[in-house]
Ligand binder design. Structure first.
Ligand code: UDP
Length: 326
């Protein structure tokens, strides 16, 4: 199979590269290396089934050719990470929306009925109460526009609307994935992302920076399970023109997460509580709960994750120890 991955040098994208090369597929990555990193795909540069183009999907002139070549496309290229989203509010909207539409347009004019997987986000659910299970068909919440955090969910919602409209109007095979917090190898803490930040801080015996009081909760899915879910969804004809949550059930507070990482790494790090104002600047809207309804995912895949949170954390601690940057 020929697989095109936009944003393939990024976190989820590079794990898709590993997965598909191991399966014997041919993989073409396009990435402008803005958040993606060359180290993530460096092991494959000489691989006979791997092609890399450093380019921005907004202007890449090989896009139509690459789309025609592909049997499957994963559109993962986007401006991501809370820090980056707050710092680059215009580029979040402009890049994420225009990039997605360009892929859809290219696919519409191509000759094949290629499967397209589009990355959306659980951010589109907005801030919810503790007992709410987030289901794909529920009403979505966008908070008033003073905070740039919501630009990200607005961009992803626009992507979803584009994807479903192309799917309906041109009968295209598109599936939208709402990722809940995904963790694993190749994720950087540079733009937010709590797990790589805590792991790095714990291994370096620096203070572990919990934002707010640490009672906010998330559920974390290992990327090595996430890529299996994506492949299974792509192979299932029922996923056509559907929006599907990809995540895991177990919710944990950020304070508990800090303690697990500290304990598993035998770290002497202190836990430091930092106000949201100091962490993100004034008027930041935190999301306090985010628990996915996974009925649709399970119905379409029948797969249960193989990586517990502890197993992922132990693996990430070992990888952090193996890095040379001290
Ligand atoms: N967080 C934290 N310390 C950090 C980075 C993040 O306490 O150094 C918190 C953040 O405020 C949020 C949670 O961890 O409550 C998850 O943050 P992340 O940016 O990973 O994902 P998102 O907020 O998009 O779910």
């Amino acid at each position: 199979m020929h697989v095109l991955i936009t944003g393939g040098a990024g976190f989820i994208g590079s794990n898709l590269v590993t997965y598909h090369l191991e399966k014997g597929d041919k993989v073409h990555v396009v990435d402008n290396l803005s958040t993606g990193r060359i180290e993530n795909i460096a092991p494959y540069m000489e691989h006979p089934d791997f092609i890399f183009d450093e380019a921005d999907i907004l202007v890449w002139n090989e896009l139509e050719k690459a789309v025609n070549w592909a049997d499957r496309i994963y559109h993962m290229a986007a401006v991501v990470g809370v820090f980056r989203v707050l710092k680059e509010p215009i580029s979040v909207l402009a890049t994420n929306i225009a990039g997605c539409e360009r892929i859809l347009r290219a696919l519409h004019t191509s000759h094949w009925n290629t499967k397209l997987i589009i990355a959306s986000s659980s951010e589109v659910y907005g801030n919810r109460s503790e007992d709410e299970l987030l289901s794909e068909d529920m009403e979505l919440l966008i908070s008033p526009g003073h905070n740039s955090r919501w630009n990200y969910s607005i961009s992803k919602l626009a992507d979803e609307a584009f994807a479903l409209s192309y799917a309906r109007q041109y009968n295209m095979d598109v599936t939208v994935i709402r990722f809940f917090n995904v963790i694993g190898p190749n994720q950087t803490g540079k733009y937010g992302m709590v797990v790589p930040r805590f792991v790095r801080q714990a291994v370096r015996e620096e203070p572990i920076t919990v934002f707010g009081d640490g009672t906010q909760k998330r559920s974390f899915l290992d990327v090595r399970d996430a890529v299996i879910y994506l492949d299974m969804l792509a192979n299932n004809p029922q996923s056509r023109a559907e929006v599907i949550n990809v995540g895991t059930r177990r919710e944990i507070s950020i304070e508990q997460l800090a303690n697990i990482i500290k304990n598993e790494s035998n770290s002497a790090s202190s836990i430091e509580y930092i106000s949201y104002d100091d962490a993100y600047g004034k008027d930041f809207d935190e999301i306090f709960h985010r628990k996915p309804n996974l009925e649709k995912l399970i119905k379409f895949t029948h797969y249960l994750p193989q990586w517990s949170l502890e197993k992922s954390i132990i693996d990430l601690i070992q990888r952090q120890h193996a890095k040379k940057e001290y």
